[in-house]
Design a protein around this ligand. Structure first.
Ligand code: GLA
Length: 481
């Protein structure tokens, strides 16, 4: 077993600290801030809306992006994650119209305008354009928002400052802001938890089989704390991060749009297949098992015991689809139907051992991270940093979702931070590093010198939008005008 797993104590797990089901409150209504960069963005957004639609917007919906501190690629396996919301967000100014149309514009000219019937549209999975995420949010509220009548037409102007395809959840923020906008304009009262679950489901209309972390933190985030988020059922617990440290986010500038290829869904399927094969070998009705966490619960084993089971069941090599069917006692047609997503049916080989080992070890690191934050010992930050490093190695070596540019950023952070790791889906996008607060500026200067000054595509970018320190920010809200 790789050395990175040696720190997992025996026996830990499954009598987990339980999160608290939050009181079912709705996203708050807030006054528009009177100064600062958000106030300025809102002012420009209202201007764009007014000149496009010849009327003032009625309100503005806001949903933030996030940075995940630890717990990568485990949410869709049913395991807890540890994100915090960031200040970067999607703002949607909204007004109703009498035409039955959904009219969408973006303050950035590079995003084309879009218009359709609000009660009759289709989401094009083959084309993950910006407005498809808005359509996901609309459809989610249509399907699950509790209104039985058709929707009123809406005009929307969108402004976003979360860098797209960077692993900071710009797409989910679009979905969440859109769902919130549609629900608020139809006076539907939906709790933050229900919004989170509706949005996690409806984002799958673009084809990605995401796990729900991004939508959950976008609605449930609280200023000043990160959150442990558990699933099935959705629970969320605030966690105070250690004082005296900064979390620095650095964009590798290698773009990754998880809906534009099948890498992400392939990992979801590899975990599902590993789960189904282990279920079958345990004599369970394998088709009923979709998530490794679901199987762990039924088997009543600890996470290290699950890791042992994985090592006994699989070899660390690719398995052909044919071989997988043989292990499950099923046909390829049946597997396509019962297990695989549309864009993974043509994949010929799947890795099972390494993917499942990543999931079980990473799931464990999340609870270790929380325990260390809660204990607040003198050694906390070193221990947290170590977990972040282990997490990065696991995503890089076992899950193979890193990128040479992310690895370079992580390597540059070695020795000058407590720890650094990729954040979000990976294959590009951002890294997050934990650094002494008073050394954050010096660290950022080092990255500018050693990384960004050599990156051709940094030239046209504001460095503060690719490299910034982040504080835990509040979740989604409505700005009333
Ligand atoms: C994306 C998905 C999340 C999660 C992460 C990886 O952000 O939307 O649900 O799976 O990747 O941790």
């Amino acid at each position: 077993m790789p050395e990175i797993f040696n720190t997992i104590p025996w026996p830990p797990d499954i009598s987990r600290p339980q999160g608290t089901k939050m009181s079912a409150s709705c996203p708050p209504l807030q006054r528009v801030p009177s100064e600062g960069s958000k106030a300025e963005r809102l002012r420009c957004l209202v201007e764009t809306f007014t000149s496009e639609f010849s009327a003032k917007p009625q309100f503005c919906a806001r949903a933030p992006g996030r940075v995940n501190l630890i717990g990568e690629h485990v949410d869709y396996c049913g395991y807890a994650v540890f994100p915090m919301a960031i200040d970067l967000d999607i703002l949607i100014a909204v007004g109703s119209n009498a035409t039955g149309k959904l009219n969408l514009i973006n303050v950035e000219d590079s995003y084309p305008k879009f218009s359709c019937e609000i009660n009759n549209f289709e989401i094009d999975k083959s084309h993950p354009t910006w407005y498809n995420y808005i359509l996901c949010g609309v459809q989610g509220i249509q399907e699950e928002g509790g209104r039985n009548e058709p929707f009123t037409g809406l005009d929307m102007a969108v402004s976003g400052n979360i860098p797209p395809s960077s692993g900071l959840s710009s797409s989910s923020a679009l979905v969440c802001a859109s769902a919130l906008a549609v629900a608020h304009s139809h006076k539907l009262s939906i709790s933050k938890e229900d919004f989170a679950e509706i949005c996690a489901r409806c984002e799958r209309h673009v084809g990605t089989q995401g796990g729900g972390m991004d939508q959950a933190i976008s609605f449930l985030a609280t200023e000043g704390t990160a959150r442990v988020i558990e699933f099935n059922p959705l629970r969320s617990t605030p966690v105070n991060l250690p004082s005296g440290v900064s979390f620095v986010v650095a964009n590798s500038l290698a773009p990754m749009n998880k809906a534009a290829n099948s890498y992400y869904n392939c990992r979801v399927m590899e975990c599902r297949l590993a789960c189904q094969i282990m279920a079958k070998q345990a004599g369970l009705a394998w088709k009923e098992y979709q998530r490794l966490g679901q199987l762990q619960k039924v088997l009543g084993k600890s996470l290290p015991e699950m890791m042992t089971l994985v090592s006994r069941t699989f070899e660390s090599r690719p398995y052909s689809k044919k071989e997988i069917c043989k292990l499950l006692g099923t046909s390829e047609e049946d597997l396509d139907k019962t297990t695989l997503s549309e864009n993974t049916r043509s994949i010929e080989e799947f890795l099972l051992h390494d993917r499942a080992q990543h999931v079980f070890s990473e799931a464990h690191r999340v609870w270790e991270f929380k325990r260390i934050c809660d204990e607040k010992s003198d050694k906390s930050v070193e221990e947290l940093g170590k977990l972040m490093k282990e997490s990065h190695l696991s995503t890089k070596l076992l899950y193979e979702c890193s990128h040479p540019k992310l690895d370079k950023l992580v390597d540059l952070s070695e020795g000058v931070t407590f720890g650094a790791r990729l954040t979000g889906a990976g294959w590009g996008g951002c890294m997050v590093a934990m650094v002494k607060e008073e050394e954050a500026e010096e660290y950022k200067e080092l990255l500018v010198k050693e990384y960004y000054s050599q990156e051709a595509n940094t030239k046209d970018k504001d460095i503060n939008s690719v490299l910034f320190s982040s504080q835990p920010s509040p979740g989604a809200c409505i700005y009333e005008f």
